[in-house]
Design a protein around this ligand. Structure first.
Ligand code: SAJ
Length: 415
């Protein structure tokens, strides 16, 4: 199959790097996004997200004429849907962006085209994509009607890249490719092999959908174990960081690190897609979500207890991002914690986040953004929320007179 022109619908954290990867292999790429700002930024050869090395790739792709962004989808040989799949009230998956994208590309389809759903999706979503397109194009045949002989091939290939390492992981990671038929999967493998150096492993679409959800749920459940352990250890007056380090010396034990909660837009969301599909059966997965979602409240409680011995405490919160050494504040438990502390009005709140210049508006009114050294000088209570590199090198003597709540073991773990 010749994939001369590839269209990527959704130019976010996954779509844009994928578009740049195809363009880097000299494929003509049409990137589609609903935001005029995103389209204009990319067409200037710039990027609207923070991801190491991506700026250079996009600049090269645009200047060489291999990548062009537009708001309206155009004809192509392969379409990749990489739009958000958020969850709504009640933790139910919201497929409305996927549906809009499917309906937008349907009029452009021609015999032989391939459509791949990349967005993390509940089981059955790829079948729905094929159904939405079939409704709009009764003149073409789809896999659910004609099996391997269909005019249009439809597959699911979930992204698995780690924010901060996207450019490398996109090329190096193995890919799970699930086709609505075997031929669909094979066509998608041919597409991904254009830039993927990892292995492209074929399966059916439902297994591929579940595989992605399983990976993130596995991590969520294991982080929940670590978070629960940290609460138990505190109650029993045990240093959880030492405990985890020692237990992990067993050859078959690998406990993850406790933290202030689970953030980001994947691990805190995807397990709910499994719970929504199998509410009675997904007991452990649901409980893990609840344990992790409860952790910020527990941290706030601890800060409240510790701060109560000061009359008007200055509280310094170190870190706002959802994990170390990135600037991404989306779904960050640290934001929830700082917001809750602000609403409790216990004293003066300082925030240190070395990776941003301005505070999100919802915090700006109540807290002061400052540098690490100023915060440590002024604070009575220090709350470590993110294990950023800068905080790891803090001189522990500066904390001697302070009350410390360390949610990541940066100050409390043996150095
Ligand atoms: N966290 C802990 N303790 C740990 C590990 C993580 O508290 O031991 C917290 C982090 O601080 C953060 C959250 O969990 O708040 C999630 O961070 P993460 O590094 O585990 O994962 P993400 O959300 O950055 O990326 C994940 C990855 N999935 C897996 O590792 C199974 C990535 O490969 C996926 O592509 C991505 O989700 C996604 O897009 O689904």
């Amino acid at each position: 199959m010749a994939f001369d022109t590839i269209s990527i619908i959704g130019l976010g954290y996954i779509g844009l790097p994928t578009a740049a990867a195809f363009a880097g292999r000299k494929k003509r790429v049409i990137g589609v996004d609903v935001s005029q700002h995103v389209v204009d930024t990319i067409n200037r050869g710039e990027i609207h997200i923070v991801e190491p090395e991506l700026d250079l790739l996009v600049k090269a792709a645009v200047t060489q004429g291999m990548l062009r962004a537009t708001r309206e989808p155009e004809a192509a040989d392969a379409f990749l849907i990489a739009v958000p799949t958020p969850f709504t009230e009640g933790n139910r998956p919201d497929l409305s962006y996927v549906e809009s994208a499917s309906r937008a590309i349907a009029p452009l389809l021609k015999k032989g085209d391939l459509v791949v759903l990349e967005s993390t999706s509940p089981v059955g979503a790829t079948e729905k994509v094929a159904q939405w397109m079939a409704e709009a194009r009764p003149d073409l045949t789809f896999p659910q009607q004609s099996g391997d002989n269909s005019d249009i091939r439809v597959a699911h290939c979930p992204e698995r890249v780690l924010p901060g390492k996207v450019v490398h992981e996109l090329v190096e990671n193995d890919r799970v490719i699930g086709g609505l038929t075997r031929r669909c999967a094979e066509a998608a493998r041919e597409l991904y092999q254009i830039f993927v150096q990892g292995e492209c492993v074929l399966t059916d679409a439902r297994t591929a959908e579940m595989c992605k959800l399983t990976e993130n749920s596995f991590r969520d459940v294991n982080i929940a174990f670590a978070n629960e352990l940290s609460v138990i250890a505190e109650k029993l007056d045990i240093n959880v960081w030492e405990l985890v380090r020692l237990a992990n010396r067993h050859p078959r034990v690998k406990i993850l690190q406790p933290g202030p909660g689970v953030g980001g837009h994947c691990i805190a969301v995807d397990p709910w897609f499994i719970v929504d599909s199998a509410p009675e059966e997904a007991r452990l997965i649901r409980t893990a979500r609840i344990v992790n979602d409860d952790k910020p409240r527990y941290v706030v409680d601890r800060v409240r207890r510790v701060a109560s011995r000061f009359k008007e405490p200055v509280i310094a919160c170190l870190g706002l991002a959802f994990k170390a050494d990135i600037d991404d504040l989306r779904e960050s438990p640290s934001i929830d914690i700082v917001e809750e502390l602000a609403s409790l009005n216990m004293g003066r709140l300082l925030v240190v986040e070395p990776n941003i210049d301005t505070l999100p508006t919802k915090l700006a009114e109540h807290v002061e953004l400052c540098g690490t050294s100023e915060a440590l000088t002024r604070a009575d209570v220090v709350v470590l929320l993110v294990d950023h590199r800068e905080f790891r090198s803090v001189d522990l003597r500066k904390l001697q007179e302070k009350a410390v709540v360390d949610t990541r073991g940066v100050f409390h773990a043996p150095r």
